[in-house]
Design a protein around this ligand. Structure first.
Ligand code: IPE
Ligand code: IPE
Ligand code: MG
Ligand code: MG
Ligand code: MG
Length: 300
């Protein structure tokens, strides 16, 4: 990412995102040791190992380290959350949903293969994520706690996609409340799961896990406000996914409701809330604070 991020040069994104390589190796090996049909394995690798930012697995690793855990202890959970994220993107892009042809600068999976394979590869990545936790995380009570977080995050993400897709849900809510509900679910939920899973991998107590959960709530919502903003301010070429989609599909977004300045102010408020949530962790949370700043300033 380096100098092309357009971010504050003090943010060393190269160093912060270092764990991404280990996570990719972990996913690649896990898919390889599993007897899957060759076409399915290829589709899963295409979706899960394409050029994405890997922010959720990085949050797992950095949250684990922020509570005193080792990177290695976080890798299975980090790989699992990226598999769920990749599944969510593959299904998000399907013709019945956002109907996108471009993802991470390449054809979407259903364009690269077929709709049937994209549906099945998404289903498969969800199964693999839970299999990975059940078989690779010890002791059993830790695996159970992590399964719980990932299952809640996945189901909340799916609920958010339903709210986003069927925009007329719950007309009793004000537009702003509906918008927050969509974003906190479709995007916030997996980011909350990532940070809480990382804390659990590092053996954190409940108050510390909850503090990281509050940090994640703020950056999770912030992440989608930024995504909405980039959809209107960046080009398709720069984003690697189709720009201007939200207006074209009449999505309920922050720029649509609050305008550009209002969206930017929301990002700053959420950024501050995330920093406040990290205070109990002291200096050990410096990397998470820096990641938050990167997420507020990213341009793709
Ligand atoms: C895109 O997520 C979908 C949203 C939740 C906004 P990312 O922006 O993290 O996508 P990749 O993984 O880097 O491609
Ligand atoms: C995606 O939201 C959320 C999930 C994939 C769960 P968007 O539809 O805004 O994501 P992009 O813009 O296609 O990446
Ligand atoms: Mg969508
Ligand atoms: Mg989309
Ligand atoms: Mg978007």
């Amino acid at each position: 990412m380096g100098s092309t991020t357009g971010c504050d040069p003090q943010i060393d994104i190269q160093r912060l995102t270092e764990p991404a390589k280990q996570v990719e190796r972990y996913i690649d090996q896990f898919v390889g040791q599993r007897a899957l049909p060759a076409d399915l394995a290829e589709a899963i690798r295409y979706a899960a190992l394409g050029p994405g930012k890997r922010l959720r697995p990085i949050l797992v690793v950095r949250s684990c380290q922020a509570v005193g855990g080792e990177e290695a202890a976080a890798l299975p959970a980090a790989a699992a959350i990226e598999l769920i994220h990749a599944f969510s993107l593959v299904h998000d892009d399907l013709p019945a949903m956002d109907d996108d042809d471009l993802r991470r600068g390449r054809p979407t999976l259903h364009r690269h293969t077929s709709q049937a394979m994209a549906i099945l590869a998404g289903d498969g990545m969800m199964g693999l994520a839970f299999e990975l936790i059940a078989t690779r995380i010890k002791p059993a009570d830790r695996a159970l706690a992590i399964v719980r977080e990932l299952a809640i995050g996945t189901n909340d993400m799916v609920a958010g996609q339903v709210y986003d897709t069927l925009a007329n849900f719950d007309q009793a809510l004000e537009p702003m409340q509906r918008l927050e509900l969509i974003h906190r679910h479709k995007t916030g939920a997996l980011i909350i799961a990532a940070c809480r899973m990382g804390a659990i991998c590092g053996g954190a107590d409940k108050p510390t896990t909850d503090a990281l959960g509050r940090y994640a709530e703020a950056i999770g919502l912030m992440f989608q406000v930024v995504d909405d903003l980039l959809d209107v301010t960046q080009t398709t070429e720069h984003l690697g996914k189709t720009a201007g989609k939200d207006v074209a599909q009449e999505k309920l977004t922050y720029p649509a409701l609050l305008g550009m300045d209002g969206s930017r102010q929301t990002i700053q408020k959420l950024r501050q809330a995330a920093h406040d949530a990290l205070k109990p962790l002291g200096n050990q949370a410096n990397d998470l604070a820096e990641l938050c700043d990167y997420m507020a300033q990213r341009t793709r």
